[in-house]
Each structure stands twice: as structure tokens, then as C-alpha cells.
Write a protein that binds this ligand. Structure first.
Ligand SMILES: Nc1ncnc2c1ncn2[C@@H]1O[C@H](COP(=O)(O)OP(=O)(O)OP(=O)(O)O)[C@@H](O)[C@H]1O
Ligand SMILES: [Mg+2]
Length: 252
């Protein structure tokens, strides 16, 4: 694989769940620093695609390429190792742990290690977590209180900071703002733009076209598992996007 190719290339991705075809030969290219909005009606196949790229579901057909290497047998561990991370609407934070512990989970800096005994360098872990949460534009009063007592926007920041620790290629947000208020939504969208600014490819799934217009560089519409639109944001408009989501013919 060539160095620094953050490009992800998916061709002909097809997925069935029993008799339901969730994806029908879906293809998409993802470029470093580009925010792609993946839109479509309920059941269009958006989350299925995200889960395939994060290694949760194997596709029934199709190819995933990262740079010039074809990826076979993706699983969640491999996806992570490849720098692919996902932030879901229902954030998978460890509710009883603090923000710092959540961000550093599994990557805590060690003070020393004797056989199976690992002693974490708490000071360095806290400083590192603060830095990472700061990088996504948030700061907290307390990095140790259980994250369940943080606001939705703060939790989002913690989840994104954690995903960013590893996501050096692609980060996918599945309905990141669905549970957020107006101010938190703005903060989350700002975070997403900052993430892309670091050269990571971004997919955002949202039912809210305001979100799409606020951040996306490109819009891909899915309908019944098939692409009905793949256009730079500047080359389309709300009317066309909605028509493509609904499967209506569109005449400009
Ligand atoms: N694990 C599963 N088992 C069976 N069917 C599934 C499964 N996951 C998804 N499906 C089906 O695949 C199709 C696509 O679902 P998917 O969740 O990808 O849609 P979506 O575009 O994310 O929709 P939404 O906007 O409602 O989240 C739907 O018909 C759904 O019922
Ligand atoms: Mg979904």
C-alpha cells in the first residue's frame, strides 16, 4: 500500500438480510478531508453501509479498497487498525467512567508494567485526554465525573475525541445530531468540520438537510440500497436531494 493514501474506494457493495436487499451494488469513493453526506429515507441502507465499512457486517458482494490495497474479511478490529472509526447516535460511551477514562480506554499510558500488572500513568492520561477533547473544541470542568452526567453535546465531544484517537483515515457519523439541541448541534457540526480539516475522510448520515448543507462537500443519496445522487453540494439543491431520496423524477 502506498503511504498516506487515505482514500477509501467501495465498489458494488451488496447486502441482503434474508429476503431484504439493504444494499444493491452501492459504490462510493471517499477522499481525505472531504465530508460526504449520506442521505436517504428510513431503510435506504445507510446504516448498513456504515456497519459494513466498520467491519460489523460482511458484504455479500462487492469490494472495499483502501488506497491500492483490497481489504478482505474486514472485522471491527481490522477496521479500527485501518484507521476507520464510527460515532453512532447512541454513543457507546462507558457511562460510569469519566471523560478522560473514556477517551483513553484501552490506550492508557503506562507508568510501568510488571508481568500482567499494568500501572497507568494517570497524570499523563488526564493531560492526553484533555488535549484530545480540547482538539475537538470542547473543554470540561471535570474529566473524572461519570460521563452520564455530561450534556449531550459534551458526550458527543468525548465520543468524537475517542474515535479520533484512532481514526486517521475515515470517520463515520451515523445521525450524530439527532439527539442534540440547536447549540449542541452546531458544536457537533463544528467538530465534524474540524475533523475533516485534519485530513480524515468523513461520512455524515443525517435526516436533517440543514446539517447536510452546513457541512457537506458532497451528497450521496441512497434509495432502496441504490445510489440516486452523487454530487458536489454546490452542484445540487434541496429539491433535487429530496427528489432523489424519494425516488421521484427531477427536472431542473
Ligand atoms: N440486522 C438486520 N437484520 C435484518 N434486516 C436488517 C438489519 N439491518 C438492516 N436491515 C434492513 O435493511 C434495510 C436497510 O436498513 P438500514 O438500517 O441500513 O437503513 P437506514 O438507511 O440506516 O435507515 P434509517 O434512516 O431508518 O436509519 C432495512 O430494510 C432494514 O430493515
Ligand atoms: Mg440508519
Amino acid at each position: 500500500m502506498t503511504e498516506n493514501t487515505a482514500l477509501v474506494h467501495c465498489v458494488g457493495i451488496t447486502k441482503y438480510f434474508g429476503g431484504v436487499q439493504a444494499l444493491d451494488s452501492f459504490s462510493i469513493d471517499l477522499h481525505p478531508g472531504e465530508i460526504v453526506a449520506l442521505v436517504g429515507d428510513n431503510g435506504a441502507g445507510k446504516s448498513t453501509f456504515v456497519k459494513i465499512l466498520s467491519g460489523i457486517y460482511p458484504p455479500d458482494d462487492g469490494e472495499i479498497w483502501i488506497g491500492d490495497a483490497k481489504v478482505e474479511n474486514l472485522n471491527p478490529g481490522r477496521a479500527r487498525a485501518l484507521g476507520i472509526e464510527t460515532v453512532y447516535q447512541h454513543l457507546s460511551l462507558a457511562d460510569n467512567l469519566g471523560a478522560a477514562a473514556n477517551v483513553m480506554l484501552g490506550q492508557e499510558p503506562l507508568r510501568f508494567r510488571i508481568g500482567p500488572l499494568r500501572v497507568i500513568d494517570e497524570k499523563q492520561a488526564l493531560a492526553e485526554a484533555q488535549r484530545r477533547i480540547g482538539e475537538v473544541g470542547a473543554s470540561l470542568d471535570d474529566y473524572a465525573i461519570p460521563v452520564r452526567s455530561l450534556s449531550g453535546g459534551q458526550r458527543q465531544a468525548v465520543a468524537i475525541a475517542r474515535a479520533l484517537v484512532k481514526a486517521n483515515r475515515l470517520i463515520m457519523f451515523d445521525e450524530p445530531t439527532a439527539a442534540l439541541g440547536v447549540r449542541q448541534t452546531k458544536a457537533a457540526l463544528d467538530l465534524i468540520q474540524r475533523v475533516a480539516g485534519q485530513g480524515v475522510a468523513v461520512i455524515i448520515i443525517s435526516h436533517n438537510l440543514d446539517d447536510v448543507f452546513a457541512v457537506a462537500d458532497r451528497v450521496v443519496a441512497l434509495r432502496q440500497g441504490q445510489t440516486t445522487l452523487d454530487s458536489p453540494l454546490a452542484g445540487t439543491d434541496r429539491e433535487e436531494i429530496v427528489a432523489c431520496m424519494m425516488g421521484l423524477s427531477f427536472q431542473r
